[in-house]
Design a protein around this ligand. Structure first.
Ligand code: UFG
Length: 323
């Protein structure tokens, strides 16, 4: 069995590739290497350096390899950039997806695990301490989230029209490192932003301390990238079952942590002085996003194993290796 992993040279992809290999499946990576890193690709794994917007290039990959399923991780994923360049996001994430699933259809491949996001929920109209289930109304508030929801719709339609077997994994806030070499090298999300500030002698900034949460800062569901990678293997098993149609599945821990709680953990793990600066809210940040993870347990027989301490300490070890 050979699985094509798009985005396999990325931060999440590198973890997913390793877990897929451990599960006994072969892997081919399709990555445009715009944010991928070649040294993350394990020996013996083929890299097809192709962009998904190149329809003929994508089809050629399917002609060359005996692919049995696709893990589709490759996408543009910066919320702010998506607001500035919406057409770029629709082109890369949606035209890229149609080329990929078109090539799957032409080759008779039906098993798809799609990287979706909690960004599909936007700012859900629920109490800050409520959990988000997959039945929570989806109303993305930026083009990035919109492309993820539209991607789910395309995959859902193909499950009806062409018997695709689909798991759309709605990732919550991914952080941590499965090994010190595989840390997130971009400084775009809270944990790397905080490490970057502290190692430059600056203090982290908290975007808003007047949210309707116990300490006033935003709550998110931080999930360890290693747990996330293992969820992908469970999702491959799930889509390989003959009775699978389509399921959107939250991937989180079911436990929320506030920005202040994350910073407290950073202080404990690093031993550094952390005196956060409180600044105004960032536009578009919902007060709280915590996953109800019961569907993942039920359909994938998966649940997270790692906690916030594991996330921060593994990310810190990786950060120190690369910075
Ligand atoms: N935050 C700060 N200070 C910072 C950076 C972030 O207080 O310097 C706060 C944010 O306001 C937010 C939390 O930390 O409350 C997490 O922020 P991130 O930017 O790391 O992540 P987001 O929750 O905004 O978004 C992330 C991914 C999205 C994904 C979403 C799903 O970046 O791609 O999780 O929940 F859609």
């Amino acid at each position: 069995m050979t699985w094509l992993i798009t985005g396999g040279a990325g931060y999440i992809g590198a973890h997913v590739v390793r877990e897929t290999l451990k599960s006994g499946r072969n892997v081919v990576i399709l990555d445009d290497m715009s944010t991928g890193i070649a040294t993350r690709i394990p020996d013996g794994v083929t890299l097809e350096e192709v962009t998904l917007v190149d329809k003929a290039g994508v089809e050629a990959v399917f002609a060359k390899h005996e692919i049995t399923g696709v893990l589709h991780l490759a996408a543009r994923k910066q919320v702010g950039e998506s607001v500035e360049k919406p057409l770029y996001y629709w082109d890369e994430n949606i035209n890229g997806l149609t080329h990929l699933v078109g090539a799957m259809k032409n080759s008779g491949i039906k098993n798809l695990v799609f990287s979706s996001s909690a960004a599909v929920y936007g700012e859900p109209d629920i109490a800050p301490d409520a959990l988000i289930t997959e039945a929570t109304h989806c109303l993305p508030i930026n083009p990035y989230g919109a492309t993820k929801l539209a991607g789910e719709w395309i995959a859902h339609a193909l499950s009806a029209s062409d018997d695709f077997h689909v798991a759309a994994l709605r990732y919550f806030n991914v952080a941590g490192a499965g090994s010190p070499q595989l840390g997130d090298q971009f400084i775009l999300n809270l944990v790397p932003i905080v490490f970057d500030a502290l190692t430059k002698g600056n203090q982290p900034r908290v975007f808003g301390d007047d949210y309707p949460t116990p300490d006033g800062s935003c709550i998110r569901d931080y999930v360890h990238v290693q747990d996330l990678a293992e969820a992908h293997v469970a999702a491959m098993d799930y889509v390989e079952r003959p009775d699978t149609t389509f399921a959107a599945i939250n991937i989180g821990t079911g436990r929320g942590a506030s920005v202040f709680e994350v910073l407290d953990m950073v202080r404990e793990v690093t031993g550094l002085e952390v005196t956060p600066e409180r600044i105004q809210r960032r536009a578009g940040d919902p007060a709280a996003l915590t996953a109800d993870v019961s569907r993942a347990a039920q359909l994938l027989d998966w649940q997270s194993k790692y906690d916030l301490r594991d996330i921060i300490s593994s990310a810190w070890t990786a950060w120190q290796q690369t910075h």
